[in-house]
Design a protein around this ligand. Structure first.
Ligand code: SF4
Length: 479
């Protein structure tokens, strides 16, 4: 019989730099407190931080395999009611380059994915009030009818929360309403819920950058509703903009706390089995977060990207405004620094690797930490495998959201396998639940089968082209 889940013990009196504590964290026998994680973030040298994160990753994932998945990002609509200041993708319904894909177009994309051995689609869009529930149900049914074996990893908590309003979902609480919508979508063919729209949970930051988007509680509650239906989900974090470092730790702490809950551990400190949660999950085994992926904000073509960099203006002295406002409980006072939200601190390679490494050490209850080569480039993604990441994410056939913000990296399967192999691991293709589908050892491996790398050209990344960008605006309070 499986033992009930119990989180690792904390030792709050110790320094986060205590090697005994870190050895226990790497072994899965101790948990970092938020204050210790912040201390690690601020004070541990980068190479040392990488070594601890790598040790923890090897404990969870072993020494041999590092994974990737073949999926396709399909952005079914760019019409969106929200106005996130970091977004270059959204359009109003009346814009000339607004689009919603036809079912046949979408199915053709999945056909191309299946042709290269793909196993799942990541299907997300803007929050489009013009699409009724039946549109989604019929789309999901059409996908499952034509491609029953393709895993549909679809939508995001912000989309789901809008669906609750658009579709008039019944229920007394957001949990019940979101669960009703998710139940309908699941019955029609949705398999799991990706962690889009996480950004930074802390209210002061979220209210500045995610105009019209759900708050932390709603995001996490929607994920919990998905878990209650047995779905596996992921969590994400977009950092390197106006937030403070403590906001990143708070964000990870929210994921960790709700993951404890999904795994059956209550805040009162006892395990609650399926029976105790029957009212929520009706006896269905709970799902949980399978993965955490973080990436730095990409500024090109976005209103937020036009905000001045910290240090570029006379008077930009002292602590970064985001650090003045941020705290580990996510409820800092936005008024405590006059320039909060008006200055950026973007994230480079080292900050990215440090953030990812801290996530590996802090998120002791999340199985997979994904590298973000899409935003950071192939070789930083490869380096991330030495900073706690076990997964290189997906072969990229199509991407419309971050590419709209200037990022256009594109990798096919041979290149992805080569990057993993050059990092000292065997590349292995996985599915959505991280089961290994193929291990690439022999000469037939996608990378080893390439006879002439000088001739190997990447296929062009598919982007839903629009003739020109719509005007981008930013609220006065954010400038
Ligand atoms: S990030 Fe998503 S929710 Fe926000 S404006 Fe863009 S499409 Fe809409």
């Amino acid at each position: 019989m499986d033992h009930p889940y119990r989180p690792p013990t904390t030792h709050a009196a110790l320094s986060g730099l205590d090697t005994g504590l870190l050895s226990a964290v790497a072994a899965g026998q101790a948990r970092l407190t938020p204050a210790q994680a912040l201390e690690v973030f601020h004070r541990m040298p980068t190479a040392e931080l990488g070594r601890w994160a790598d040790a923890r990753c090897r404990q969870v994932h072993g020494e041999v395999l590092r994974t990737y998945v073949i999926d396709r990002n399909i952005n079914y609509t760019n019409v969106c009611t929200a106005r996130c200041t970091f977004c270059a993708f959204r359009r109003d319904a009346v814009d000339h380059d607004a689009y919603t894909l036809e079912t046949e177009e979408l199915l053709a994309k999945i056909g191309e994915l299946v042709a290269i051995g793909g196993t799942q689609i990541l299907m997300q869009g803007g929050m489009n009030p013009g699409l009724p529930l039946d549109w989604y149900l019929e789309l999901l049914a059409a996908i499952k009818s034509r491609y029953p074996r393709v895993h549909v990893h679809a939508f995001s908590p912000p989309e789901l929360i809008e669906f609750v309003g658009f579709f008039g979902a019944p229920g007394a609480t957001l949990f019940e309403k979101a669960r009703w919508v998710l139940g309908k979508l699941k019955a029609a063919g949705m398999d799991s819920l990706p962690g889009g729209g996480g950004e930074i949970f802390a209210g002061p930051v979220r209210r500045k950058i995610g105009l019209g988007k759900c708050d932390q509680e709603a995001w996490l509650t929607t994920m919990y509703a998905a878990h209650s239906l047995g779905m596996f989900t992921s969590a994400s974090m977009m950092f390197g903009h106006i937030e403070g470092y403590a906001d990143r730790i708070h964000h990870m702490g929210c994921v960790r706390g709700w993951q404890d809950k999904a795994l059956g551990w209550s805040e009162a400190g006892r395990h609650e089995g399926t029976e105790a949660r029957r009212d929520e999950g009706e006896g269905v085994p709970f799902g949980h977060y399978k993965a955490f992926i973080s990436w730095p904000f990409q500024r090109d073509n976005t209103p937020l990207g036009r905000v001045k960099d910290w240090g570029s203006q006379a008077g930009d002295t002292g602590e970064f405004p985001g650090d003045v406002v941020a705290n580990l409980t996510g409820d800092g006072d936005a008024k405590s620094h006059a320039e909060f939200g008006r200055r950026l601190r973007t994230s480079g390679t080292v900050d990215y690797l440090r953030t990812q490494a801290v996530s590996r050490l802090f998120l002791d209850n999340v199985y997979s930490i994904g590298a973000s080569w899409v935003t950071m480039g192939p070789h930083v993604g490869q380096t991330a495998l030495a900073f706690g990441a076990n997964d290189m994410g997906s072969v990229m056939m199509e991407e419309n959201v971050v590419s709209a913000a200037g990022t256009t990296y594109c990798l096919d399967e041979p290149v992805l396998c080569r990057l993993i192999r050059e990092a000292g691991f065997l590349p292995a293709q996985r599915n959505n639940t991280y089961d290994i589908l193929r291990v690439h050892e022999g000469s037939e491996s996608p990378d080893l089968a390439v006879r002439d790398w000088s001739e190997h050209r990447l296929k062009r990344l598919h982007v839903e082209r629009r003739e020109s960008a719509a005007p981008l605006t930013i609220g006065a309070s954010d400038r």
